[in-house]
Design a protein around this ligand. Structure first.
Ligand code: UD1
Ligand code: CA
Length: 454
Protein backbone atom coordinates (compact mmCIF):
# COMPACT_ATOMS: atom_id res chain seq x y z
CA UNK A 1 0.00 0.00 0.00
CA UNK A 2 1.53 3.27 -1.11
CA UNK A 3 0.73 6.91 -0.59
CA UNK A 4 -0.46 9.25 -3.35
CA UNK A 5 -0.72 12.95 -2.67
CA UNK A 6 -3.00 15.15 -4.74
CA UNK A 7 -2.32 18.87 -4.64
CA UNK A 8 -5.16 21.04 -5.91
CA UNK A 9 -3.83 24.15 -7.58
CA UNK A 10 -6.17 24.90 -10.45
CA UNK A 11 -7.98 27.84 -8.90
CA UNK A 12 -7.52 31.27 -10.40
CA UNK A 13 -6.72 33.29 -7.33
CA UNK A 14 -8.54 36.36 -8.63
CA UNK A 15 -8.23 38.18 -5.31
CA UNK A 16 -4.46 38.26 -5.55
CA UNK A 17 -4.98 40.75 -8.42
CA UNK A 18 -1.89 39.47 -10.15
CA UNK A 19 -0.67 38.09 -13.46
CA UNK A 20 1.26 35.50 -11.48
CA UNK A 21 -0.76 32.36 -10.65
CA UNK A 22 -1.61 32.43 -6.95
CA UNK A 23 0.39 29.32 -6.04
CA UNK A 24 3.57 30.93 -7.39
CA UNK A 25 3.40 33.84 -4.97
CA UNK A 26 6.21 33.45 -2.49
CA UNK A 27 6.17 32.75 1.21
CA UNK A 28 9.55 32.66 2.96
CA UNK A 29 11.19 32.90 -0.45
CA UNK A 30 9.49 29.85 -1.95
CA UNK A 31 6.33 29.58 -4.08
CA UNK A 32 3.28 28.65 -1.98
CA UNK A 33 2.88 25.36 -3.83
CA UNK A 34 6.53 24.47 -3.23
CA UNK A 35 5.84 24.40 0.51
CA UNK A 36 3.05 21.90 -0.14
CA UNK A 37 5.23 19.78 -2.46
CA UNK A 38 7.95 19.72 0.19
CA UNK A 39 5.44 18.57 2.82
CA UNK A 40 4.33 15.77 0.47
CA UNK A 41 7.94 14.76 0.02
CA UNK A 42 8.48 14.74 3.77
CA UNK A 43 5.75 12.06 3.90
CA UNK A 44 7.68 9.94 1.38
CA UNK A 45 4.73 10.04 -1.00
CA UNK A 46 5.07 7.53 -3.82
CA UNK A 47 3.29 9.83 -6.23
CA UNK A 48 2.52 13.54 -6.16
CA UNK A 49 -0.21 14.66 -8.54
CA UNK A 50 -0.48 18.37 -9.11
CA UNK A 51 -3.83 19.51 -10.48
CA UNK A 52 -3.27 22.70 -12.43
CA UNK A 53 -5.43 24.93 -14.56
CA UNK A 54 -5.02 28.68 -14.60
CA UNK A 55 -1.52 29.74 -15.59
CA UNK A 56 -0.52 26.11 -16.05
CA UNK A 57 2.51 26.84 -18.22
CA UNK A 58 3.79 29.42 -15.80
CA UNK A 59 3.40 27.03 -12.87
CA UNK A 60 5.06 24.18 -14.75
CA UNK A 61 7.98 26.38 -15.76
CA UNK A 62 8.49 27.68 -12.22
CA UNK A 63 8.12 24.30 -10.50
CA UNK A 64 10.19 22.08 -12.76
CA UNK A 65 10.23 19.00 -10.56
CA UNK A 66 10.45 15.54 -12.13
CA UNK A 67 8.74 14.06 -9.05
CA UNK A 68 5.43 15.68 -10.04
CA UNK A 69 2.64 14.23 -12.15
CA UNK A 70 0.91 17.20 -13.76
CA UNK A 71 -2.83 16.79 -14.23
CA UNK A 72 -4.78 19.41 -16.13
CA UNK A 73 -8.19 20.54 -14.92
CA UNK A 74 -9.14 22.59 -17.96
CA UNK A 75 -12.35 23.94 -16.43
CA UNK A 76 -12.75 24.55 -12.71
CA UNK A 77 -16.00 22.85 -11.81
CA UNK A 78 -15.27 22.35 -8.12
CA UNK A 79 -12.91 20.58 -5.74
CA UNK A 80 -14.55 17.20 -6.43
CA UNK A 81 -14.16 17.71 -10.17
CA UNK A 82 -10.51 18.63 -9.62
CA UNK A 83 -9.82 15.36 -7.81
CA UNK A 84 -11.79 13.46 -10.49
CA UNK A 85 -9.15 14.49 -13.02
CA UNK A 86 -6.59 12.42 -11.13
CA UNK A 87 -8.69 9.23 -11.07
CA UNK A 88 -6.97 7.62 -14.10
CA UNK A 89 -3.64 7.95 -12.28
CA UNK A 90 -4.79 6.54 -8.93
CA UNK A 91 -3.93 3.18 -7.51
CA UNK A 92 -6.91 1.49 -5.78
CA UNK A 93 -4.63 0.09 -3.09
CA UNK A 94 -3.02 3.45 -2.27
CA UNK A 95 -3.97 5.84 0.45
CA UNK A 96 -4.72 9.22 -1.12
CA UNK A 97 -4.00 12.45 0.73
CA UNK A 98 -5.52 15.66 -0.62
CA UNK A 99 -3.69 18.94 -0.12
CA UNK A 100 -4.05 22.47 -1.50
CA UNK A 101 -1.49 24.51 -3.38
CA UNK A 102 -2.53 27.66 -1.55
CA UNK A 103 -2.32 26.22 1.99
CA UNK A 104 1.43 26.37 2.53
CA UNK A 105 2.12 25.85 6.21
CA UNK A 106 0.72 22.45 7.12
CA UNK A 107 3.15 20.53 9.28
CA UNK A 108 4.38 17.23 7.89
CA UNK A 109 3.72 15.75 11.36
CA UNK A 110 0.05 16.74 11.20
CA UNK A 111 -0.26 15.10 7.78
CA UNK A 112 1.61 11.97 8.87
CA UNK A 113 -0.89 11.43 11.64
CA UNK A 114 -3.80 11.89 9.26
CA UNK A 115 -2.38 9.27 6.90
CA UNK A 116 -1.68 6.95 9.84
CA UNK A 117 -5.25 7.03 11.18
CA UNK A 118 -6.88 6.43 7.77
CA UNK A 119 -7.99 2.81 7.72
CA UNK A 120 -10.06 0.72 5.33
CA UNK A 121 -13.03 2.67 3.98
CA UNK A 122 -12.69 5.35 6.67
CA UNK A 123 -11.73 8.95 5.96
CA UNK A 124 -9.23 10.92 8.00
CA UNK A 125 -10.24 14.57 7.97
CA UNK A 126 -8.43 17.63 9.27
CA UNK A 127 -10.85 20.08 10.86
CA UNK A 128 -10.45 23.24 12.89
CA UNK A 129 -12.74 25.29 15.12
CA UNK A 130 -12.85 28.95 14.22
CA UNK A 131 -14.35 31.90 16.11
CA UNK A 132 -15.68 33.10 12.75
CA UNK A 133 -16.46 30.08 10.55
CA UNK A 134 -18.22 32.01 7.79
CA UNK A 135 -17.36 30.96 4.26
CA UNK A 136 -16.13 27.52 5.27
CA UNK A 137 -17.74 24.12 4.97
CA UNK A 138 -19.24 23.12 8.35
CA UNK A 139 -18.64 19.75 9.97
CA UNK A 140 -22.00 18.15 10.76
CA UNK A 141 -22.02 15.59 13.60
CA UNK A 142 -24.78 13.38 14.99
CA UNK A 143 -25.81 13.01 18.64
CA UNK A 144 -22.98 10.51 19.11
CA UNK A 145 -20.52 13.17 17.88
CA UNK A 146 -19.86 11.12 14.72
CA UNK A 147 -19.25 13.16 11.58
CA UNK A 148 -22.09 12.61 9.12
CA UNK A 149 -21.28 15.15 6.45
CA UNK A 150 -19.99 18.57 5.47
CA UNK A 151 -22.29 21.35 4.44
CA UNK A 152 -20.85 24.26 2.49
CA UNK A 153 -21.55 27.74 3.87
CA UNK A 154 -23.68 28.70 0.87
CA UNK A 155 -25.79 25.56 1.26
CA UNK A 156 -26.05 25.71 5.05
CA UNK A 157 -29.19 26.62 7.00
CA UNK A 158 -29.14 28.98 9.99
CA UNK A 159 -28.57 26.18 12.51
CA UNK A 160 -25.69 24.73 10.46
CA UNK A 161 -24.10 28.14 10.13
CA UNK A 162 -23.75 28.23 13.92
CA UNK A 163 -21.32 25.29 13.75
CA UNK A 164 -17.81 26.52 14.39
CA UNK A 165 -15.95 23.36 13.43
CA UNK A 166 -14.99 23.71 9.78
CA UNK A 167 -13.50 21.68 6.99
CA UNK A 168 -9.88 22.46 6.17
CA UNK A 169 -10.23 20.46 2.94
CA UNK A 170 -7.28 18.26 3.86
CA UNK A 171 -8.26 14.61 4.02
CA UNK A 172 -7.04 11.09 3.43
CA UNK A 173 -9.03 8.18 1.96
CA UNK A 174 -8.30 4.91 0.22
CA UNK A 175 -7.88 5.07 -3.56
CA UNK A 176 -10.61 2.52 -4.25
CA UNK A 177 -13.25 4.29 -2.14
CA UNK A 178 -12.30 7.72 -3.34
CA UNK A 179 -12.72 6.72 -6.97
CA UNK A 180 -16.15 5.24 -6.23
CA UNK A 181 -17.34 8.23 -4.20
CA UNK A 182 -16.07 10.71 -6.79
CA UNK A 183 -18.01 8.95 -9.54
CA UNK A 184 -21.23 9.55 -7.61
CA UNK A 185 -20.76 13.32 -7.07
CA UNK A 186 -23.50 15.63 -8.31
CA UNK A 187 -23.49 19.38 -8.73
CA UNK A 188 -27.03 20.17 -7.59
CA UNK A 189 -25.99 22.65 -4.92
CA UNK A 190 -25.87 26.39 -4.33
CA UNK A 191 -22.70 26.85 -6.38
CA UNK A 192 -23.41 24.30 -9.13
CA UNK A 193 -20.06 22.69 -8.35
CA UNK A 194 -18.87 19.15 -7.78
CA UNK A 195 -17.97 19.31 -4.10
CA UNK A 196 -15.23 17.02 -2.84
CA UNK A 197 -16.84 17.45 0.57
CA UNK A 198 -19.81 15.31 -0.49
CA UNK A 199 -17.63 12.20 -0.13
CA UNK A 200 -17.90 12.61 3.64
CA UNK A 201 -21.61 11.86 3.65
CA UNK A 202 -21.09 9.01 1.17
CA UNK A 203 -18.50 7.47 3.47
CA UNK A 204 -20.76 7.80 6.51
CA UNK A 205 -23.80 6.43 4.64
CA UNK A 206 -21.78 3.39 3.60
CA UNK A 207 -20.77 2.62 7.17
CA UNK A 208 -17.36 4.27 7.09
CA UNK A 209 -16.08 6.37 9.97
CA UNK A 210 -14.73 9.91 9.60
CA UNK A 211 -11.80 10.32 11.96
CA UNK A 212 -11.00 13.95 12.65
CA UNK A 213 -7.82 15.61 13.81
CA UNK A 214 -7.00 19.25 14.54
CA UNK A 215 -3.75 20.96 13.62
CA UNK A 216 -1.57 22.29 16.45
CA UNK A 217 -2.15 25.82 15.16
CA UNK A 218 -4.78 27.31 12.85
CA UNK A 219 -1.97 28.77 10.75
CA UNK A 220 -1.31 25.23 9.48
CA UNK A 221 -4.58 25.13 7.56
CA UNK A 222 -4.97 28.73 6.51
CA UNK A 223 -5.14 29.39 2.80
CA UNK A 224 -3.95 32.38 0.83
CA UNK A 225 -6.61 34.16 -1.18
CA UNK A 226 -5.28 37.71 -1.14
CA UNK A 227 -2.10 39.57 -0.31
CA UNK A 228 -3.27 40.40 3.18
CA UNK A 229 -3.47 36.69 4.00
CA UNK A 230 -0.14 36.15 2.28
CA UNK A 231 1.49 38.70 4.58
CA UNK A 232 -0.28 37.32 7.64
CA UNK A 233 1.02 33.81 6.94
CA UNK A 234 4.49 35.11 6.17
CA UNK A 235 4.59 36.82 9.58
CA UNK A 236 3.24 33.73 11.33
CA UNK A 237 5.87 31.59 9.62
CA UNK A 238 8.68 34.00 10.47
CA UNK A 239 7.57 34.31 14.07
CA UNK A 240 7.64 30.52 14.43
CA UNK A 241 11.04 30.35 12.77
CA UNK A 242 12.49 33.06 15.00
CA UNK A 243 11.07 31.39 18.08
CA UNK A 244 12.70 28.09 17.12
CA UNK A 245 16.05 29.83 16.57
CA UNK A 246 15.98 31.45 20.00
CA UNK A 247 15.10 28.13 21.60
CA UNK A 248 18.08 26.68 19.73
CA UNK A 249 20.40 29.27 21.27
CA UNK A 250 20.54 32.13 18.78
CA UNK A 251 20.24 35.66 20.18
CA UNK A 252 17.81 37.75 18.16
CA UNK A 253 17.74 41.46 19.07
CA UNK A 254 14.17 41.52 17.78
CA UNK A 255 12.51 38.28 16.67
CA UNK A 256 10.00 40.33 14.67
CA UNK A 257 12.76 41.81 12.55
CA UNK A 258 14.44 38.71 11.14
CA UNK A 259 13.32 36.96 7.95
CA UNK A 260 14.63 33.50 7.14
CA UNK A 261 13.92 32.47 3.57
CA UNK A 262 15.55 29.11 3.31
CA UNK A 263 17.86 26.91 5.32
CA UNK A 264 19.81 28.30 8.27
CA UNK A 265 22.43 26.33 10.17
CA UNK A 266 24.21 27.93 13.08
CA UNK A 267 26.78 27.28 15.76
CA UNK A 268 26.76 28.44 19.36
CA UNK A 269 26.33 32.01 20.58
CA UNK A 270 25.30 33.59 17.33
CA UNK A 271 23.88 37.11 17.64
CA UNK A 272 21.65 38.68 15.04
CA UNK A 273 20.70 42.34 15.13
CA UNK A 274 17.54 43.86 13.64
CA UNK A 275 16.33 43.81 10.01
CA UNK A 276 18.37 40.87 8.86
CA UNK A 277 17.38 38.68 5.89
CA UNK A 278 18.82 35.19 5.53
CA UNK A 279 18.13 33.64 2.13
CA UNK A 280 18.87 30.35 0.43
CA UNK A 281 21.36 28.25 2.35
CA UNK A 282 23.11 30.14 5.12
CA UNK A 283 25.53 28.45 7.51
CA UNK A 284 27.31 30.26 10.30
CA UNK A 285 29.78 29.01 12.86
CA UNK A 286 30.16 29.79 16.56
CA UNK A 287 30.28 33.35 17.95
CA UNK A 288 29.15 34.96 14.73
CA UNK A 289 27.71 38.46 14.97
CA UNK A 290 25.42 39.83 12.28
CA UNK A 291 24.73 43.55 12.44
CA UNK A 292 21.58 45.45 11.50
CA UNK A 293 20.23 45.62 7.93
CA UNK A 294 22.33 42.75 6.64
CA UNK A 295 21.32 40.44 3.78
CA UNK A 296 23.03 37.05 3.57
CA UNK A 297 22.16 34.80 0.63
CA UNK A 298 23.81 31.40 0.18
CA UNK A 299 26.62 32.30 2.52
CA UNK A 300 28.93 30.39 4.83
CA UNK A 301 30.46 32.33 7.73
CA UNK A 302 33.25 30.78 9.82
CA UNK A 303 33.61 31.02 13.58
CA UNK A 304 33.92 34.48 15.07
CA UNK A 305 32.96 36.32 11.90
CA UNK A 306 31.43 39.76 12.31
CA UNK A 307 29.23 41.25 9.62
CA UNK A 308 28.62 44.91 10.30
CA UNK A 309 25.58 47.02 9.45
CA UNK A 310 24.18 47.36 5.93
CA UNK A 311 26.28 44.67 4.32
CA UNK A 312 25.00 42.45 1.51
CA UNK A 313 26.71 39.10 0.86
CA UNK A 314 25.72 36.57 -1.78
CA UNK A 315 27.19 33.19 -2.76
CA UNK A 316 30.33 33.63 -0.69
CA UNK A 317 32.42 31.84 1.90
CA UNK A 318 33.87 33.93 4.70
CA UNK A 319 36.70 32.46 6.79
CA UNK A 320 37.03 32.37 10.58
CA UNK A 321 37.58 35.67 12.34
CA UNK A 322 36.94 37.88 9.31
CA UNK A 323 35.03 41.12 9.66
CA UNK A 324 33.06 42.79 6.92
CA UNK A 325 31.32 46.15 6.61
CA UNK A 326 29.62 48.36 7.43
CA UNK A 327 28.27 49.01 3.92
CA UNK A 328 30.17 46.28 2.09
CA UNK A 329 28.91 44.34 -0.91
CA UNK A 330 30.26 40.83 -1.35
CA UNK A 331 29.12 39.35 -4.64
CA UNK A 332 29.02 35.75 -5.88
CA UNK A 333 32.14 33.66 -6.07
CA UNK A 334 33.98 35.41 -3.26
CA UNK A 335 36.04 33.29 -0.88
CA UNK A 336 37.79 34.91 2.06
CA UNK A 337 40.34 33.03 4.16
CA UNK A 338 40.58 33.68 7.90
CA UNK A 339 40.96 37.10 9.53
CA UNK A 340 40.26 39.11 6.41
CA UNK A 341 39.13 42.69 7.00
CA UNK A 342 36.73 44.30 4.54
CA UNK A 343 35.59 47.81 5.36
CA UNK A 344 33.03 50.26 4.10
CA UNK A 345 32.14 50.70 0.44
CA UNK A 346 34.19 47.74 -0.70
CA UNK A 347 32.80 45.53 -3.46
CA UNK A 348 34.19 42.05 -4.05
CA UNK A 349 33.22 39.72 -6.90
CA UNK A 350 34.81 36.35 -7.69
CA UNK A 351 37.65 37.40 -5.44
CA UNK A 352 39.74 35.02 -3.37
CA UNK A 353 41.53 36.78 -0.52
CA UNK A 354 44.23 35.13 1.57
CA UNK A 355 44.44 35.14 5.35
CA UNK A 356 44.88 38.54 6.93
CA UNK A 357 44.26 40.49 3.72
CA UNK A 358 42.69 43.91 4.17
CA UNK A 359 40.57 46.21 2.04
CA UNK A 360 39.43 48.88 4.45
CA UNK A 361 37.63 51.36 2.26
CA UNK A 362 36.26 52.17 -1.19
CA UNK A 363 37.60 49.42 -3.42
CA UNK A 364 36.43 47.12 -6.21
CA UNK A 365 38.15 43.76 -6.40
CA UNK A 366 36.72 41.48 -9.08
CA UNK A 367 38.06 38.31 -10.75
CA UNK A 368 41.09 38.43 -8.49
CA UNK A 369 43.31 36.22 -6.40
CA UNK A 370 44.79 38.15 -3.51
CA UNK A 371 47.54 36.70 -1.32
CA UNK A 372 47.92 36.66 2.43
CA UNK A 373 48.35 39.90 4.40
CA UNK A 374 47.89 42.01 1.25
CA UNK A 375 46.85 45.58 1.95
CA UNK A 376 44.44 47.09 -0.52
CA UNK A 377 44.16 50.81 0.12
CA UNK A 378 41.26 53.15 -0.46
CA UNK A 379 40.12 53.59 -4.02
CA UNK A 380 41.87 50.57 -5.52
CA UNK A 381 40.11 49.15 -8.56
CA UNK A 382 40.76 45.97 -10.47
CA UNK A 383 39.91 46.86 -14.06
CA UNK A 384 38.67 43.37 -14.86
CA UNK A 385 36.50 44.06 -17.88
CA UNK A 386 37.72 45.30 -21.25
CA UNK A 387 34.25 45.76 -22.66
CA UNK A 388 34.11 42.22 -24.00
CA UNK A 389 35.90 39.87 -21.63
CA UNK A 390 36.77 39.53 -17.97
CA UNK A 391 40.40 39.20 -16.94
CA UNK A 392 42.20 38.07 -13.81
CA UNK A 393 44.28 40.02 -11.35
CA UNK A 394 46.74 38.09 -9.18
CA UNK A 395 48.33 39.76 -6.18
CA UNK A 396 51.10 37.96 -4.27
CA UNK A 397 51.39 37.67 -0.47
CA UNK A 398 52.34 40.77 1.53
CA UNK A 399 51.87 43.15 -1.39
CA UNK A 400 50.77 46.71 -0.71
CA UNK A 401 48.49 48.35 -3.25
CA UNK A 402 48.55 52.11 -2.74
CA UNK A 403 45.56 54.38 -2.65
CA UNK A 404 43.63 55.09 -5.84
CA UNK A 405 45.52 52.56 -7.96
CA UNK A 406 44.03 50.80 -10.94
CA UNK A 407 45.19 47.29 -11.73
CA UNK A 408 44.37 46.75 -15.40
CA UNK A 409 43.79 43.00 -15.83
CA UNK A 410 45.19 40.63 -16.80
CA UNK A 411 48.01 41.63 -14.48
CA UNK A 412 50.13 40.13 -11.72
CA UNK A 413 51.58 41.88 -8.70
CA UNK A 414 54.53 40.03 -7.17
CA UNK A 415 54.91 39.07 -3.52
CA UNK A 416 55.80 41.95 -1.27
CA UNK A 417 55.43 44.40 -4.17
CA UNK A 418 54.60 47.99 -3.36
CA UNK A 419 52.36 49.87 -5.77
CA UNK A 420 52.60 53.61 -5.34
CA UNK A 421 49.41 55.58 -4.78
CA UNK A 422 47.67 56.75 -7.91
CA UNK A 423 49.32 54.23 -10.22
CA UNK A 424 47.65 52.74 -13.26
CA UNK A 425 49.29 49.34 -13.54
CA UNK A 426 49.05 47.74 -16.97
CA UNK A 427 52.07 45.42 -16.82
CA UNK A 428 53.13 42.85 -14.22
CA UNK A 429 54.80 44.39 -11.18
CA UNK A 430 57.82 42.53 -9.77
CA UNK A 431 58.07 41.16 -6.24
CA UNK A 432 59.51 43.31 -3.46
CA UNK A 433 59.94 46.39 -5.73
CA UNK A 434 58.19 49.76 -5.64
CA UNK A 435 56.29 50.21 -8.86
CA UNK A 436 55.06 53.67 -9.66
CA UNK A 437 53.14 54.63 -12.74
CA UNK A 438 51.54 58.04 -12.81
CA UNK A 439 50.55 59.98 -15.89
CA UNK A 440 52.69 62.91 -14.89
CA UNK A 441 55.11 63.56 -12.07
CA UNK A 442 54.02 66.26 -9.68
CA UNK A 443 55.10 69.77 -10.50
CA UNK A 444 54.09 73.13 -9.12
CA UNK A 445 53.57 76.25 -11.16
CA UNK A 446 54.49 79.21 -9.05
CA UNK A 447 52.60 82.45 -9.57
CA UNK A 448 49.74 80.63 -11.25
CA UNK A 449 46.73 82.81 -11.77
CA UNK A 450 43.39 81.52 -10.63
CA UNK A 451 40.64 81.69 -13.27
CA UNK A 452 38.53 84.79 -12.76
CA UNK A 453 34.79 84.97 -13.12
CA UNK A 454 33.69 86.61 -16.33
C1 UD1 B 1 -13.32 24.46 0.19
C2 UD1 B 1 -14.20 23.39 0.84
C3 UD1 B 1 -14.70 23.89 2.19
C4 UD1 B 1 -13.54 24.26 3.07
C5 UD1 B 1 -12.62 25.25 2.37
C6 UD1 B 1 -11.36 25.44 3.18
C7 UD1 B 1 -15.27 22.22 -1.00
C8 UD1 B 1 -16.52 22.04 -1.79
N1 UD1 B 1 -15.32 23.13 -0.03
O1 UD1 B 1 -14.16 25.57 -0.05
O2 UD1 B 1 -15.50 22.89 2.81
O3 UD1 B 1 -14.00 24.79 4.30
O4 UD1 B 1 -12.24 24.77 1.07
O5 UD1 B 1 -10.61 26.48 2.61
O6 UD1 B 1 -14.31 21.50 -1.24
N2 UD1 B 1 -9.71 24.08 -6.75
C9 UD1 B 1 -9.34 23.47 -7.91
N3 UD1 B 1 -10.27 23.24 -8.88
C10 UD1 B 1 -11.57 23.60 -8.72
C11 UD1 B 1 -11.94 24.23 -7.52
C12 UD1 B 1 -11.00 24.45 -6.54
O7 UD1 B 1 -8.18 23.13 -8.10
O8 UD1 B 1 -12.36 23.36 -9.63
C13 UD1 B 1 -8.71 24.34 -5.71
C14 UD1 B 1 -8.47 25.81 -5.50
O9 UD1 B 1 -7.38 26.23 -6.27
C15 UD1 B 1 -8.18 25.89 -4.03
C16 UD1 B 1 -8.91 24.70 -3.43
O10 UD1 B 1 -9.20 23.84 -4.50
O11 UD1 B 1 -6.80 25.70 -3.75
C17 UD1 B 1 -10.16 25.10 -2.68
O12 UD1 B 1 -11.02 25.71 -3.58
P1 UD1 B 1 -11.97 26.89 -3.14
O13 UD1 B 1 -12.79 27.29 -4.29
O14 UD1 B 1 -11.17 27.93 -2.47
O15 UD1 B 1 -12.89 26.15 -2.09
P2 UD1 B 1 -13.79 26.82 -1.01
O16 UD1 B 1 -15.02 27.26 -1.64
O17 UD1 B 1 -13.03 27.79 -0.22
CA1 CA C 1 -10.87 28.67 -0.25
Amino acid sequence: MGLSVIILAAGQGTRMRSKLPKVLHRLAGRPLVQHVIDAAKALNADKIHLVYGHGGEQVQAAIADPALNWVLQAEQLGTGHAVQQVVPHLNAADKVLILYGDVPLTNAETLKELVAIQDGKDIALLTVSLPDPSGYGRIVRDAGHRVTGIVEHKDANEAERQIREVNTGILCASGADLVRWLAALRNDNAQGEFYLTDIIKACHDQGGVIHTRHPASAMEVEGVNNRVQLATLERAYQAARAHALMVAGVTLRDPARLDVRGEFQHGLDVEIDVNVILEGRVRVGDNVRVGPNVVLKNVTLGDGVEIKANTVIEDAIIGDGSDIGPFARIRPGTVLAGSVHIGNFVELKKAHLGAGAKAGHLAYIGDATVGERVNISAGVITCNYDGANKHQTVIGDDAFIGTDSQLVAPVQIGEGAYIAAGSTITKDAPAEALTICRAREQRSILGWEKPAKK
